[in-house]
Each structure stands twice: as C-alpha cells, then as structure tokens.
Design a protein around this ligand. Structure first.
Ligand SMILES: [Zn+2]
Length: 408
C-alpha cells in the first residue's frame, strides 16, 4: 500500500471516533462574552484532554487576557507534529460558536449532537467543529500509521472568531511571531457541497453614513424649505450609479463587480405633512480589490458635491467601516497543493473564488500570509438545525492529510 492509501484506509475507520469528538465538543458551550458566554477555556481544556488521550504531544497555549470572562483568558492552542521538513502547513479552526438563536426553530437540543440520515445536528458541528475534528484526525493519521509527513503540521485552535478576532488570530499576529510567508495556511471554515471552492480573496468593504441637511418646512410650501429627503434620494441613486463607474469585472467574485447599495435608513419627520430638513442613510460598498478605497471615496465626494449644488443642501459622511483586504495570489503554492489534494480525494477540480468580504482569512492576508479558506460543507453555519455531513469529516481529513503528506 502507498502512504496515501494507508492514511486513507486509517481515516475511513475513524467515523465513530470523529462523531464522539464532535459530540463532546458540542456539549461544551463556548460563547464569547458579547454573546453572554464565558469564553472558550473549558472547551480548550476539554480538547487538550481529548488530544492527549488520542496520543498527541502536548500543545502550546497562547492565551489572550480578557477581563470580561471569569477565567480572565481567551485560549489559543497550537499542536505541532514535526515533518520531514520545516515547511509548515497550518490548519486553523476556531473554538467559539454562536448562540443557538430562536430555540423554537431547533428540532433537537442544540448542545446535544443527534445523528440522522448521515448528518450530525447541533450548534457548532459545522462552524467550526467539522474543520476542527477533520484537522485533528488528519494529523492523528500520521501518528497512528507512523508515516512522517513531508510538511510540519501545526493545528491552530483559536478563540474569538465569531465576534471580531481581537483575542484570537489578531492577538496572535500582534503578539507572537508564529507564521512565515512560505507557510501553507488552510482555514476549513467555509466551502461548498462539492468541496471544490478555494476562497482566496475578498472584496474591500466600505460602509458610509450620509447626513443631508436642508431646511424643514410645511409640506404645502416646498418653496420655503429645502427637502433633505429628496436630495438624499438623489444622492442614494447617484451613489448607486457609481457601480457603473467602477465597472471592471473579476470572475473570482459573485457578483463579479463592485456593488454600492443604499441600505439602512434613519427615520426623519414623524408626520406626512412636513418637508424634512434632515436625512440620514447608509451605503454598503463591496469593492473589487483592484480599486483602492481612496479612489472610491474621491468619486463619492464628487457625487456628493454635485448633489449639494443641484439641491441646495449640505452633505456630510462618516466611515462606519473601511477594510481593504489583500488577496492570496492565484499562483500561491498553497493554492496549487490544496487543489491537487482536493482532486485526489474528491475527484473535482478546484475552483478559486472570492467572497463579498469579512472572513477571518483577511487578518492573515493583510499581515502578508497566504491563507486560503476551504472545506466541503452544506453551509448551515449560524442557522437553526446546523448540521455537518458525517462523510465530509473523513473526506476533509483525507484532503488535509494529502496536503500534509506533500505528494498530493
Ligand atoms: Zn466559523
């Protein structure tokens, strides 16, 4: 048997152990303080105990201080399996989960794993324990078969992914020198049901709050006022039409273009027969990485000045969020290696994709590391009746193991 076959065979016998780990982890609620929880420490300690029982060497903890939780810490754990080389493959998953939400929408108890028709149900079983458990068994396959991987394996289990990463990956990037630019970094926390999509980029995000000031008047006398709402409407339309100005296309993304959408609207006057003197709305822009946000802001200013002179209003705006994200290059070695592993296990060609914005990979990419997001999943994260297809646990573990083996 080849090393590949030995590992695949070993993994195929681990179904019960994988489900058991999923079950234990799900029962151990790890909610951020923002979600009314006490953090990830208990879950991290449980995981450390389980890893030791499975035969892993002790990991290293990088705890972030957080006075809002009783323990005062948010744990980050790294477990290393040395390979033939110092080249590193990281599999990064997060320990925290989101609250169950409306409990009446759950058919089973969110904290008790139930298996039905080849699927496990429970909060966190997909996001992010599927990836977590797969990574554990991928690494374990080397320990149990005594095959030495080509790459040094580092399993990274982080805290605080669901509400901002301050005490998770951002803490690690700011306080520890863990990564190098040649490292492979895989984040199994997003994907498609075929396991084909590798996410390598996100759009830049710009959220703006626009305040338009006119002159309030009786609705029968528009001649005595300046209708801020009307000017605000014109502004919203003009800003939206900037989608045509920034008109380049990038097939990596869906949709493949920049989007600039007016979204939230604040209430103005309470009655129908008053012309509003103030108008406030928000714009959500998802911009292709090739357009710097400074260029977008310049065009926005031009449009606003235009509306001001047309309608006799004054317009100001404030950035509510502004994030520029670097992309992992399409020719980064991790992209090709992961693509080969996916082909070997799932028999599909990898498809490179970008997303609308806001994944944890951006922290790593912006720090100069080539992170990719990949896994095979139905995409039920954060929903009631979240599930994980049991078959994907061993499948994803096999893909990760092929990547670690270095000969996929
Ligand atoms: Zn997640």
């Amino acid at each position: 048997m080849t090393e590949q076959e030995t590992i695949k065979k070993w993994l195929s016998g681990q179904r019960e152990n994988m489900v058991s780990l999923q079950t234990k982890l799900t029962a151990c609620q790890a909610l951020a303080p923002e979600s009314g929880g006490d953090g990830e420490l208990r879950k991290c300690e449980l995981l450390e105990k389980e890893l030791a029982a499975l035969g892993f060497p002790a990991g290293e903890r990088f705890d972030a201080p957080d006075s809002r939780v009783p323990s005062g810490i948010r744990p980050n754990l790294i477990v290393t399996i040395p390979g033939k080389t110092d080249n590193v493959v990281w599999i990064m998953t997060h320990l925290d989960v989101v609250p169950p939400g409306d409990s009446s929408k759950w058919e089973t108890d969110p904290w008790t794993v139930v298996e039905k028709d080849g699927k496990l149900y429970g909060r966190g079983v997909e996001d992010n324990q599927q990836g977590l458990v797969s990574s554990v068994f991928a690494a374990l396959s080397f320990l149990k078969t005594k095959i030495v991987p080509e790459l040094t394996i580092k399993l990274l289990f982080v805290a605080d992914e669901e509400v901002g990463s301050t005490y998770g990956i951002q803490y690690l990037l700011d306080n520890h020198d863990l990564f190098t630019q040649s490292d492979f970094i895989v984040i199994p926390d997003g994907g498609d049901p075929e396991g084909a999509q590798i996410e390598i980029a996100e759009k830049n995000i710009l959220w703006l709050k626009f305040t338009t000031k006119g002159v309030q008047a009786h609705a029968s006398r528009p001649d005595q006022g300046v209708n801020a709402h009307l000017a605000g409407c014109a502004l919203a339309l003009a800003l939206n039409s900037l989608e045509k100005h920034f008109d380049l296309r990038d097939p990596l993304f869906e949709p493949d273009r920049c989007t600039m959408q007016p979204t939230k609207k604040e209430t103005n006057v309470p009655n129908i027969n008053t012309i509003p003197g103030d108008d406030i709305f928000y714009l959500d822009c998802r911009i292709l990485p090739r357009y710097p946000l400074a260029q977008v802001l310049k065009e926005i200013a031009r449009v606003a000045r235009d509306i001001e002179s047309q309608y006799g209003v004054s317009i100001s705006w404030k950035e509510e969020q502004s994030v520029e994200s670097k992309a992992t290059p399409t020719d980064a070695p991790v992209v090709a290696a992961l693509g080969k592993a996916i082909q070997a296990i799932y028999g599909v060609s990898a498809q490179l994709v970008g997303v609308g914005g806001g994944t944890v990979a951006s922290y790593l990419r912006n720090a100069g590391y080539n992170a990719v997001v990949w896994s095979r999943m139905d995409g039920t994260a954060h929903q009631p009746n979240e599930h994980c297809v049991v078959e994907y646990l061993a499948g994803d573990a096999a893909v990760m193991a092929m990547l670690m083996l270095g000969e996929a």
